[in-house]
Design a protein around this ligand. Structure first.
Ligand code: HEM
Length: 386
């Protein structure tokens, strides 16, 4: 079996039909012909992500689909690209980063994030219907928040925004945008060393080299931009489409239901023979996870395909391994919840005060839906299915 890279536009939120009802571990042919595995149950996913005999090093892994972004596979991760490293290197970076996501800094960031969100909602309301949630809200907000986190000065926001958008735009020149951003971040690191501010880069200058700092900043941008943008746009769309109200716990349930990260990520390479859910994985074989299928595992969720309410029950996302995104889940969730709540509340207003079922809102939904085939499966930024 090869990994499907598109899905039925009639039910865009559901995992591809070919991947449902498979055994916990199925043979998967990777893009380069490697014969590895696809894990599709919560039990198998937990084993793969939690067992130290599995490695995240990208030089050991095979890519489940062909990615066109240069340098994504095959070579060892450069200094600072800790997502593709194992302990103890991974642990060192992770500890340093967690130390930067302090309660104090999050409190400082919160009003700025609220302002960014409010300004975008006001601009949407002022522009009037129809509104394109993707370009007016979901795409710009995460990169602006990352600007705040990294301490990108206000006068550079436009450049940073432009290059981050090119990084995620379908057909964008990813290599060029990456090079521009890396050069910019290199300069920024120099400026922060000279005149430190109250930001993540300044907070890490004592512990990391310039190269490490640039790469850590890049990884935050790459990992945080398109994921959050997809979550915001698809989350709002899913609530409107299913007629589900926004309530406490919706973000967790939407994370489960939408999964966001698709196309066989995360993946790990076995460094020894390991048994996973009754299947022997040989040393050297790569196991890719299908998060959308894992998050709909009927052994864990009573009604896996339903966006379930009340929220906050046992329907939380299954995969929260020790590599969960660095910003502590609670803080991240609060911020996502806040933005999502504001967007959902503001939408009818943006649709000229008409309720979600009105013609204007429906037209808006069609526009959002229109983006889905182009975006294909929600991708992690920079990983392009070729
Ligand atoms: C809805 C939004 C997001 C989703 C669905 C998501 C999903 C994921 C997943 C599944 C992983 C695990 C990858 C693996 O173990 O191989 C991961 C790792 C990571 N994410 Fe995210 N992420 C999101 C937002 C963010 C944001 C906003 C940031 C930072 C600004 C971020 C930074 C990271 C980093 C640094 C890692 C690597 C962690 C490590 O290796 O220890 N993510 N993310």
């Amino acid at each position: 079996m090869r990994l499907p890279t598109s899905r039925d536009p009639r039910c865009p939120f559901d995992p591809p039909a070919e991947l449902r009802g498979l055994p916990p571990m199925s043979r998967l042919e990777f893009a380069d012909g490697h014969l590895g595995w696809l894990a599709t149950t919560a039990e198998a996913a937990r084993t793969v992500l939690g067992d130290r005999r599995f490695s995240a090093r990208r030089e050991l892994k095979h890519a489940p689909v062909r990615f066109t972004t240069p340098g994504e596979t095959g070579r060892p991760a450069p200094p600072g690209f800790f997502g593709a490293m194992d302990p103890p290197e991974h642990t060192r970076y992770r500890r340093l980063l967690i130390g930067q996501f302090t309660v104090r800094r999050m409190r400082l960031l919160e009003p700025r994030i609220e302002r960014i969100a409010a300004d975008h909602l006001d601009a949407m309301a002022a522009a009037g219907p129809p509104v394109d949630l993707v370009s007016a809200y979901a795409l710009p907000i995460p990169s602006m928040v990352i600007c705040e986190l990294l301490g990108v000065p206000y006068e550079d926001h436009e450049f940073f925004q432009d290059r981050s958008l090119r990084l995620v735009a379908a057909g964008g020149d990813v290599a060029r945008a990456t090079a521009d951003l890396a050069a910019y971040l290199g300069e920024l690191v120099g400026r922060k060393r000279a005149v430190p501010g109250d930001d993540l880069i300044s907070g890490l200058t004592a512990d990391l080299t310039d190269e490490e700092l640039v790469n850590v900043a890049m990884i935050l941008l790459v990992a945080g931009h398109e994921t959050t943008a997809n979550m915001l746009a698809l989350g709002v769309f899913a609530l409107l489409e299913t007629g589900t109200p926004y309530e406490e716990g919706a973000v967790e349930e939407l994370l489960r239901w939408l999964s966001i990260v698709q196309l066989g990520a995360p993946s790990r390479a076995a460094t020894q023979d390991v048994e996973v859910a009754g299947t022997l994985v040989r040393a050297g074989e790569t196991v890719a996870l299908s998060l959308p299928v894992v998050n709909r595992d009927p052994a864990v969720f009573e009604r896996p395909d339903v966006l379930a309410r009340p929220y906050g029950g046992p329907q939380a996302p299954v995969v929260r391994a020790r590599r969960a995104p660095v910003p502590r889940p609670a803080a991240r969730q609060d911020r996502a919840a806040h933005r999502l709540r504001r967007a959902v509340r503001a939408l009818p207003r943006a649709a000229a005060g008409r309720p979600a079922g009105s013609g204007a809102a429906q037209a808006g939904r069609r526009r959002v839906r229109g983006r889905l085939p182009a975006r294909d499966l929600g991708l992690i930024t920079g990983w392009r299915a070729g």
